[in-house]
Design a binder for this molecule. Structure first.
Ligand code: LM2
Ligand code: CA
Length: 500
């Protein structure tokens, strides 16, 4: 379904990519709950292949061995503890489910939970799946069983995606095993799913699987609640359209992050003034059908869609601005990215530059155990974890979005180029100046009632005072906004909850 099952109608979630379950549980209690985050997308919780070359890449999590909850993020008990503790804080957990395939073809061994597998003869006894449960070269139609052409719908869905053993979802048995896995997760208390590689599965097969899903756990959700579904469909034009999926849930709108990146980077003559039309008026699926994001774990390392336009933590100033816009504007359900650092290593390939380090896994000790997230006394993450969601500007815009929920966009203003402002009804107001050189210097309608408001970009409301700029709104709702071109973070955002 399309509704995210958040508590108190909260409006945004964060992807804590590769975090350990114990760290997520603590983050729910100490940070995500208090700051109004609606939930967490977690890395795939099921047992995966252990990849030694390259050493323990992030993408080994996309090579399932079984549906046991046993990964470098933690075991079954850790997962249950996290789901319970996060739900107690009104923070939901969304599981990334990899159900299109099992691991890559070839070899045999043991998964992260110790389960044996043989990827030569398609044997996964811990599920169990055997060779009859997979598509084969004849159902696929290519000589090596792999997707070769992205112009052929049948290949995309029935062949092996980068060699990964492709499950046959027309099989009742396979549907049952997948539904059992997902139902096990909801029985623990997850609120929904990010469905990996949905484009590589037939919509009819997915509908059959989703039809077998149980309602959410009534310990945390009203009875009859259905799991939230966000399907990963990369539709940048091409033979498979996101519209084939939206009756079942939301799709990951990859065109959004690409366009946002182009606009804030001022590529192809794009300006912030165009942002007024971003959304369904601009070749995207409608509000209720999309999950939007500036970047995700694939696009931030040039896997997936968007290429060099995508903004990430490495472009911190523009990234804060893009996130703030996304969180301020009434379009889609929002997911913020939270990353770990890795050193890039650009090498020239025949098709252009490629980061040869794009495989690097999360911060780990010498034995491949993921490092805990440690946080200093300023609230910043250390030892390799970036924690974009903890950056003040990002974190405070989550509350802005919650406060603005249900109110449309009003009082749009722009200078024709890279300065914009708008309100969310009478609840919230934002102004962004991406000119670089020129100040934004204008008297604007905020839609808000008169009073003093704390700008949540430059500071926080604390003990009734504001640690940043204070903005005074007059009786007519107007205020004078000045944002220097070279401001460190050239934006101002105020809302009904930030009144001093
Ligand atoms: C997704 N979307 O559809 C994920 O968001 C994406 O991160 C996954 O790919 C993909 N689906 C499959 O679940 C990643 C990564 C690939 C990686 C796969 C499998 O982008 O590079 O492929 O996970 O781990 C890797 C190697 C590839 C190899 C394959 C199989 O890069 O060269 O193919 O494993 O061994 C021979
Ligand atoms: Ca498939």
């Amino acid at each position: 379904q399309h509704a995210p099952n958040t508590a108190d109608n909260k409006q945004a979630i964060v992807h804590l990519f590769e975090w350990r379950w114990a760290d997520i549980a603590a983050e729910c209690e100490t940070f995500l709950g208090p700051y109004g985050f609606g939930g967490v997308q977690v890395s795939p919780p099921n047992e995966n292949r252990v990849i030694a070359i390259p050493y323990r890449p992030w993408w080994e999590r996309y090579q399932p061995i079984s549906y046991h909850l046993n990964t470098r993020s933690g075991n079954d008990e850790d997962f249950r503890d996290m789901v319970h503790r996060c739900n107690q804080q009104g923070v939901r957990i969304y599981a990334d489910v990899v159900i299109n395939h099992m691991c890559g073809f070839g070899g045999s061994g043991h998964g992260t939970g110790g389960s044996y597998f043989n990827a030569e003869n398609l044997d996964f006894p811990a599920v169990p799946y055997g060779s009859n449960d997979f598509n084969n070269c004849s159902t696929c139609g290519t000589s090596d069983c792999k997707v070769q052409s992205y112009d052929d719908v049948n290949q995309i869905r029935n062949c092996r995606l980068v060699s990964m053993l492709d499950l046959n979802h027309s099989s009742d048995y396979v549907r049952g095993k997948i539904a059992d896995y997902m139902n096990y997760l909801t029985s623990i208390g997850v609120a929904g799913f990010r469905v990996d590689a949905a484009k590589h599965m037939w919509p009819g097969d997915l509908a059959a699987i989703f039809g077998r899903l149980s309602d959410l756990n009534t310990a945390y959700f009203p009875s009859g609640s259905r799991p939230f579904i966000a399907m990963e469909v990369i539709d940048l034009g091409g033979v498979i359209s996101s519209s084939e999926y939206i009756h079942m849930g939301r799709i990951t709108e990859f065109r959004y992050g690409k366009q946002i990146g182009q606009i804030f980077r001022k590529q192809y003559g794009q300006t912030l003034a165009y942002l007024q039309y971003i959304g369904e008026n601009w070749d995207k699926e409608s509000d209720n059908n999309v999950l939007v994001f500036v970047d995700n774990h694939d696009t931030q390392r040039s896997h997936g869609a968007g290429g060099e336009s995508i903004l990430t933590f490495r472009d911190s100033k523009l990234y804060k601005m893009a996130n703030a816009f996304m969180l301020a504007f009434p379009y889609g359900f929002v997911r913020m990215m939270s990353s770990y650092y890795w050193d890039q290593w650009w090498e020239l390939q025949s098709w252009g530059l490629k980061d040869s380090n794009d495989w690097i896994g999360p911060p780990a000790d010498g034995s491949g155990n993921t490092m805990g997230v440690s946080i200093n006394n300023k609230g910043n993450c250390r030892n390799g974890w970036i924690c974009e969601h903890r950056w003040r500007q990002n974190r405070n815009m989550v509350m802005f979005r919650n406060v603005a929920a249900g109110h449309g966009m009003f009082n749009w203003w722009d200078n024709g180029y890279h300065q914009i402002a708008f309100s969310r009804g009478d609840r919230a107001f934002i102004a962004i100046n991406n000119e670089g050189l020129w100040a934004l210097d204008a008297t604007l309608q905020t839609g808000l009632s008169s009073g003093d408001y704390c700008d949540v970009i430059s500071g926080d409301l604390s003990n009734g005072g504001c640690t940043g700029k204070t903005i005074t709104v007059g009786g007519d709702g107007r205020t004078h906004i000045y944002i220097a071109g070279d401001d460190e973070v050239p934006m101002i955002a105020i809302h009904a909850g930030s009144k001093v």
